[in-house]
Design a protein around this ligand. Structure first.
Ligand SMILES: [Ca+2]
Ligand SMILES: [Ca+2]
Length: 194
């Protein structure tokens, strides 16, 4: 039996503004997300921008305003922590919510995630989700394989209870999108590992 743990889930808003080569002017503000927390039990996830900051239910997103077709990807780092008081391990998964973008940008803006559990480099518990377009994220819903957090421990930036994660955004090299804006939230959940 799988027990879904959706407490302490997390949101992290991102704006990906796409710049043309010659001009870039964006007025959109970063999205702040809150109030999307569901609590179903004793377990939970915390999220923080860095491990020495306080883990929260949600953190403010970032805005990227310099993506160009085929250009350097943008990165956003954050940490996830198993703050469950029960001695359980969590399968990490994520879903992009509230996606807004013009159709062409939805097809062309690629989003990937990776998590290094323990902040110690590659290992059995680490996970990643390869780059997918916003359109595919929208279609697929919740996606797992982001890693496995060990039982709760102190939020000290060490141990399998914490993961250092990165979101990567890049614009397909064939994209014609210019001066468009995409927004979305990333919501992380932990599913009890049995
Ligand atoms: Ca690792
Ligand atoms: Ca720890």
């Amino acid at each position: 039996m799988i027990r879904l743990i959706t407490s302490g889930l997390i949101v992290f808003g991102v704006l990906a503004a796409v710049a043309g080569l010659s001009s870039a002017l964006f007025t959109t503000n970063p999205v702040t997300i809150s109030g999307n927390t569901f609590s179903t039990g004793t377990a939970g996830l915390g999220i923080a921008r860095d491990w020495d900051e306080k883990y929260e239910d949600s953190i403010k997103g970032e805005m990227f305003d310099d993506l160009v077709p085929g250009g350097d990807p943008a990165h956003s780092d954050f940490w996830l922590w198993n703050r469950s008081t029960a001695p359980i391990e969590l399968n990490l998964q994520t879903e992009l919510l509230k996606i807004t973008a013009p159709d062409d940008l939805k097809q062309d803006l690629m989003i990937a995630f990776s998590c290094d559990v323990g902040n110690d480099g590659p290992g059995d518990r680490d996970g990643s989700i390869p780059a997918m377009s916003l359109a595919d994220w929208e279609k697929k819903g919740v996606i797992g394989k982001l890693g496995i957090l060990g039982e709760n421990g102190p939020p000290d930036g060490k141990g399998t209870d914490e993961a250092r994660c990165t979101m990567t955004a890049n614009l397909d090299e064939k994209s014609n999108a210019q001066g468009e804006t995409a927004t979305f939230d990333a919501q992380f959940t932990g599913e009890q590992k049995l």
